[in-house]
Design a protein around this ligand. Structure first.
Ligand code: PMP
Length: 432
């Protein structure tokens, strides 16, 4: 019945059942039926190039993943208090890719859960409750993760509604913030000064949380040395450091598996999700034994589905396939080509203010004026709609909603990347 329903019927039914806050992409979204690699197919027989699905890191409907998880469903699925090998194999596969100090994992079901638990671990380990977050950040939707989510894109009141134990560092946006380009290192100086002022006022942070590459803000790097300076100061104050790798980790950056490697730091706690399940709900908090053990005194942890045999088999299969298909290498190769081509497009179309990012995490920032950097959100939205007409799925991000977030499945190839750039070129040339 649902396949037969017209697209407008389907949208009407959706509105009937889903609270309005659960928005959908596009004015008239295609009715999707299946995905294959970096393509999505609609019921009216159209194929769309998917430039936005960073969760489907292996591509859609990967046969080996389907086979391994279906086999596990046929064998056993139960909670993590039972004794089975999949949980040990997966946990070891993840910790093998992390710095040796981070050898303890908690298996959960999403990025929000991972960040919520990470913050609670820090609170338990330090006996404190003040938290420091960065501006223009998103870390999740639970009470605690929402409190450290400072982005105003979805909630214009975000900064005015945080609890008073949340402290925000200036968004280290080197493109349009207080300190630009070569001056961007000054953000670290300001952050350290703010932390010292907090200390003078008797505020002792439990933790500082940030994405290690600024994903929510469009995939831009933090200024060189930023995390090193901020982490050192937070640690001097007795706080812990949390790297949110939910979006930027797991090979997407091409040259680095984790975003924190780009900043040459080792966090006290790392959170990951999204890509690690290729769409299956999966998340992990990794930390040291000292931090993990401190939680026992103050917290309770059990997740009915987190760490189940099925989710661990998914997690292991994703890592195996990432390696077998050298998808991190592909992110590096295709990402380098794509960024180069987008930069060439910027020479032709003045609406492209800049291209952020690395590997297959890029952000094309659209501005009305390159001198004033006036954001172009309505143009960005219209361009996304026009790209859809032409068979490409792409969406805006950032506090000003003027950055095209380019983060396709990591199996995307050069010809698809070229098709994306050529189509964007034609939309920017002929109008939207
Ligand atoms: N952290 C970051 C940086 C994210 O981008 C997101 C999701 N957009 C989350 C956390 C929350 O992850 P989830 O949607 O899996 O709860």
């Amino acid at each position: 019945r649902s396949l037969a329903a017209s697209n407008s019927d389907l949208l009407a039914q959706r509105e009937q059942h889903l609270a309005e806050v659960q928005e959908h992409y596009y004015v008239n979204p295609p009715h999707l039926e299946r995905g294959w690699k970096h393509f999505l197919l609609s019921t009216d027989g159209r194929a769309y190039l998917d430039m936005v699905n960073n969760v489907a890191v292996l591509g859609h409907s990967h046969p080996q993943l389907s086979e391994r998880v279906s086999r596990q469903f046929e064998l056993l699925n139960t909670n993590s208090r039972f004794n089975y090998s999949a949980i040990v194999e997966f946990s070891a596969k993840v910790t093998d890719r992390l710095p040796p100090s981070l050898d303890q994992v908690f298996l959960v079901n999403s990025g929000t859960e991972a960040n919520d638990l990470a913050l609670r671990l820090a609170m338990a380990a330090t006996g404190r409750h003040h938290l420091v977050a960065m501006g223009e950040a998103y870390h999740g939707w639970t009470f605690l993760t929402d409190a450290v989510s400072t982005s105003t894109a979805d909630n214009p009141n975000a900064l005015g509604t945080r609890p008073d134990w949340i402290h925000t560092l200036e968004s280290a946006n080197s493109y349009r913030g207080l300190h630009r380009g070569a001056q961007a290192h000054e953000y670290a100086r300001d952050a350290v000064a703010k932390l010292r002022r907090l200390a003078t006022d008797g505020v002792e942070p439990a933790a500082f949380i940030a994405e290690s590459v600024y994903g929510n803000a469009g995939g831009m790097y933090l200024p060189d040395g930023y995390l090193d300076e901020v982490y050192s100061t937070v640690r001097e104050m007795g706080g812990l450091t949390i790297a949110d790798e939910v979006q930027v980790g797991y090979g997407r950056l091409g040259d680095w598996f984790w975003g924190f490697e780009q900043q040459r730091v080792v966090p006290d706690i790392v959170t990951m999700a999204k890509a690690m399940g290729n769409g299956y709900p999966l998340g992990i908090v990794a930390t040291s034994r000292a931090v993990a053990d401190a939680y026992r005194a103050q917290g309770y942890f059990f997740s009915s589905a987190g760490g189940s045999p099925a989710s661990c088999v998914v997690g292991s299969a994703v890592l195996d396939i990432l390696d077998q298909e050298d998808l991190q290498g592909n992110a590096q190769r295709v990402g380098t080509h794509l960024k180069q081509r987008l930069l060439e497009l910027a020479d032709k179309h003045s609406i492209i203010g800049t291209v952020h990012g690395h590997g297959l995490y890029l952000g094309v920032e659209l501005v009305r004026d390159r001198a004033t950097l006036e954001p172009a959100p309505s143009e960005t939205q219209a361009i996304c709609e026009r790209m859809l007409d032409k068979g490409i799925i792409i969406q805006p991000t950032g506090d000003r909603m003027c950055i095209l977030k380019v983060k396709p499945p990591l199996c995307v190839d050069i010809s698809a990347a070229d098709y994306f750039v050529d189509t964007l070129d034609s939309v920017l040339t002929t109008g939207w």
